[in-house]
Design a protein around this ligand. Structure first.
Ligand code: ADP
Ligand code: MG
Length: 563
């Protein structure tokens, strides 16, 4: 038996542990997820090493969890890579100083949910002290000649290390095999909850269902859902996809669309992406609730990663799994990671291509997508790299059809518009307004109605940003109706002939001039000019923006923003 030595934790750890233990009140169970994923990481490393070296080992790769009510313990045993004495000190006895300081600060300020932080700063192991009085880690590294070592601590100020006699093992039984055994001595008030195997099983199912090694609770396998995204497409039924989707999202309905892809170059990844039937968050109140779950070889690295898909595709739910990231990548270095950016640009292309395919093959389904997610999707006007695709995917209401509240009728694409355009029409006209009724009365649109020129109706403020950003579609300029050039409009014959207004005589002209200058006097600085217009036929007067200015509705938006 080796000599027992006592070591101090590195600075600030005790403070951190204290925060962890006292703040993570509601979510104590995540300690199990952290220990299981560490075990899975360790097993994955063995699999990697043994496949690389020809795999001569026959120890089963698995995770065993046993509860002992009388001893008040849970024991988690894996047959993974284990740790040498040095690794044990480095990995379990140290938390990166800067990370700790930052975490402590953020936790104290209540900036972020603690369970998210724990993962991000790679201090998962310490979450065990939410539930434990004392923890004993016994481990033996896969390295040849490595001896078993035991680590014990109550998680306060220090830990004890002890070398274990290889011949007998700590308990005088058979010698310790490769891997790690963690004995968690539960706090008294939590013991009955966490030594209850039914509870343990439900916690494992909730957090660790896709772990690719058997997780056995009291000898019974618990994790059964396969990582569907890694299976060959042709073997998966629609029901399996739907079941997986519901498991992932808690949605009770089937998804509107499923997109399962696998890419080998320039990066390797599998993705399984679903479009829900309904938009979860029509007002964008909960921006955090989006993102794909990122896995590295079936091990969850980050839930709802925000860098894999841009915000406007935030309606998509699903998972991405790559082999090209290291297992031990910290959540901090994921941001701004070149590989993630490469995956992202491929994913965006796949999603947009898929939407185009739906729009082409199944207009009703596309309309369903649009009604559920169109408002969010429109923010894609900022994605300049995919401007052309985006332009083919946006839909608007139009003067040419009834309002679109459901179904495909009434939704106009730019291509639909052009297919109905008048001969020789080069421009696409649009107007922003609060409703179809209001636009139907708008004096600005009189000339368009008279000449049978279709006008796209924009009912949402974001629509105008879309038009501004796109500028043109397929060589046709997008033009606000109120800015349309009269000379161009004159080129189109009037459909129904109005009674021709007789030319004004001199007296009428001078009366009109007087009226114009009188109006200018009254309105003063509020207007730049008052003039006679040929745009109007039914209405006596309308407000117009000077040429080259933003549209009047955009002007209103800008005023609100700059307040
Ligand atoms: P992270 O898993 O994010 O690195 P943890 O605090 O969960 O942070 O674990 C710290 C380190 O301790 C791990 O990176 C790993 O090197 C080591 N470790 C923890 N549990 C095990 C285990 N069961 N087998 C082998 N190594 C482990
Ligand atoms: Mg961990």
């Amino acid at each position: 038996m080796g000599k027992k030595t006592t070591h101090k934790f590195k600075a600030e750890v005790s403070q951190l542990l204290d925060i962890l233990v006292h703040s993570l009140y509601t979510n104590k169970e995540i300690f199990l997820r952290e220990l299981v994923s560490n075990a899975s990481d360790a097993l994955e490393k063995v699999r990697f090493m043994t496949t690389a070296e020809g795999g001569q080992d026959d120890t089963p790769l698995e995770i065993r969890i046993e509860a002992d009510k009388d001893a008040r313990t849970i024991t988690i045993t894996d047959t993974g890579v284990g740790m040498t004495r040095d690794e044990l000190m480095k990995n379990i006895g140290t938390i990166a100083h800067s990370g700790t300081a930052e975490l402590t600060r953020m936790a104290q300020e209540g900036k972020a949910p603690l369970d998210a932080l724990i993962g991000r700063f790679g201090v998962g192991f310490y979450s065990v002290y939410m539930v434990a009085d004392e923890v004993e880690v016994t481990t033996r590294s896969i390295e040849p000649d490595a001896a078993p070592v035991a680590w014990t601590s109550d998680g306060k100020n220090d830990y004890k290390l002890q070398d274990i006699d290889d011949a007998t093992g700590e308990n005088g039984g058979e010698s310790m095999a490769r891997g790690t055994r963690i004995v968690v001595r539960l706090k008294e008030d939590l013991a009955s909850q966490f030594t209850n195997t039914a509870h343990l099983k439900s916690v494992i199912k909730k957090h660790s269902n896709f772990i690719n090694f058997p997780i056995l609770v009291d000898g019974e396998r618990v994790n059964t859902v396969t990582a569907l995204w890694r299976e060959p497409k042709f073997q998966i039924t629609g029901d399996q996809y739907a079941e997986f989707y519901k498991f992932l999202t808690y949605d009770s309905e089937d998804p509107l669309d499923t997109l399962h892809t696998s890419v080998d170059a320039p990066v390797q990844f599998n993705a399984l992406m679903f479009t829900p039937k309904t938009g979860g968050d029509p007002f964008g109140m909960n921006r955090e609730n989006r993102g794909l779950d990122l896995y590295v070889r079936r091990v969850l690295i980050e839930k709802q990663n925000k860098d894999l898909l841009p915000e406007y595709l935030g309606f998509i739910k699903g998972v991405v799994d790559t082999e090209d990231l290291p297992l031990n990548i910290s959540r901090e270095t994921l941001q701004d990671n070149l590989l993630i950016r490469k995956i992202s640009s491929t994913l965006v292309k796949q999603v947009l291509d898929n939407l185009e395919k739906i729009a082409k093959d199944d207009a009703d389904r596309y309309a369903e997508f649009w009604h559920a997610h169109g408002t969010l999707f429109k923010a894609g006007y900022m994605d300049f790299l995919n401007k052309d695709k985006f332009g083919r995917l946006v839909r608007f209401n139009s003067s040419a059809s009834p309002s679109a509240s459901s179904g495909a009728t009434g939704l106009a694409s730019f291509a639909d518009y052009l297919s109905r355009a008048r001969e020789g029409q080069k421009e696409i006209y649009y107007a922003y307004g609060p409703s179809r009724e209001a636009l139907g009365l708008s004096p600005h649109l009189e000339v368009f109605r008279k000449k049978g020129l279709e006008v796209l109706y924009l009912f949402e403020p974001i629509d105008e940003f879309v038009m501004d950003a796109l500028r043109d579609f397929d060589g046709h300029a997008l033009v606000a109706a109120e800015h349309a050039d009269m000379a161009t409009l004159d080129g189109f014959e009037t459909l129904e002939q109005d009674e021709q207004a007789a030319p004004l005589n001199d007296e009428q002209k001078s009366t009109l001039d007087k009226l114009l200058s009188r109006i200018k006097d009254v309105l003063g600085e509020a207007v730049t000019e008052v003039k006679v217009s040929r745009r109007l036929s039914g209405s006596p007067v309308c407000l117009a923006n000077p040429d080259g200015n933003v549209t009047s509705s955009m002007d209103k938006i800008m005023r609100v923003i700059s307040k």
